[in-house]
Design a protein around this ligand. Sequence first.
Ligand code: PLP
Ligand code: COI
Length: 338
Amino acid sequence: MENIDWKQFGFGYTKTDYNVRCHFRDGKWGQLEISSSDQVNVHIAATGLHYGQQAFEGLKAFKGPDGKVRVFRMDENAKRMQSSSHGIMMAEMPIDLFEEAVIKTIKLNERWIPPYESGASLYIRPVLFGNGAQVGVNPAPEYTFAIFVMPVGPYFKEGFKPTDYVIYREYDRAAPQGTGTIKVGGNYASSLRGGTRAHKEGFSAVLFLDAKEKKYIDECGPANFFGIKDNTYVTPKSNSILPSITNKSLCQIAEDMGMTVDRRKVTVEELADFTEAGACGTAAVISPIRKIVDADNNVDYFYGDEAGKTSLKLYETLRGIQYGTVEDKHNWNTIIEF
Ligand code: PLP
Ligand code: COI
C-alpha cells in the first residue's frame, strides 16, 4: 500500500477498509453483508454481553514472493468455530459460509495485505456471539457473526528471539471439564490477571498448569507448548487446552522431518529434560522459550538465549509453506484469486 510502514505493526488494532457480517435469525443464516464501520449493533440483553455466549477465531493470510496470497488452513478454523459454537450452544456456521466470509474480507482489503519482504501478514479475526433479547440463562434466539482483517507483525515483540515464561499456581484459565478446548472469550478473561502480572514481571506469558492437579503442563497463555528432546517433539495432551492448528501442523512437519511426535501428559518436572521449548499459535507462530520460571518453587528451566536448531527448522518450514516457498504437500493453503 501507499507509503505504509509495514514494519511498524505488532498486534494492535488497525482499521482496514471493510469488514463482513452475517446474521442468524429465525433458524437460518442470512447473506454476507459488507460494512466500512468498525462498530457492531448489539442488543442490550444480548447473551454475548451478559452470559459470555461468544467465540472467536484467528487465522492468517500471507503474500508470497510469487505475489500469490495464501490463507492457511481456514477449514480448520471453520471447524473449530463450529466446535466452539456447539460447546456453548450457539448456532453453528456452515464451513463454506465461514470460508466465503474469510475470502470476501481478504479480497475487500487487498491493499492491506503486507508484501512478502515485510515479514508481516494479514490477521483474520472472525467473531460470533449471541445477540437479540434473552435475559433468562438460555441460548440466544439470534447470532451475529463479524469478521475483520488487519496487518500484523510479531505477537511477542521479540519475534523469533527466545523469551521467558512463568508458572503461577494461583491462576487457572479453564476448568478441567470446562471450556478450555474451545475458543470462547471467557477463557481469555480468566487469563488476564495472571497474564498481566506476568507482563509486569518481565515474562511473555503464563505457562498454565492443569487446573485439577497442578502437575501437568497445559499451555502458554495464547499459544500451545512444545518441548524437544532426542529428536522427539513433545506436546501436552489435556482436556483443558485449545487444539492449536499451528501445533497440529508442527506435529505433521516434525513427522515429515523424521522426528517422533509424542502428544501426552507432560509433568512440570519434565521441563528439565527438554533441550528446546517453544510456544506455538497463529499469532505467536513459534516463539522460542528462553526460560521458564516456576515462581512458586523458585526453580528455573533454561533453554538458551538463541533458538535451538530444531525450533528454527520447524519455524522455517512452517513459514515457508505459508509464504509459498516450501512445498505445501498436505494442501493446507487456499490461494485467493483476485
Ligand atoms: N491456545 C490458545 C489459548 C490460543 O488462543 C491460541 C490461538 O489461537 C492457540 C493456542 C493457538 O492456536 P492456533 O494455532 O490454532 O492459532
Ligand atoms: C491467535 O493466535 O490467533 C490467537 O487467537 C491468540 C490471541 C491473540 C488471542
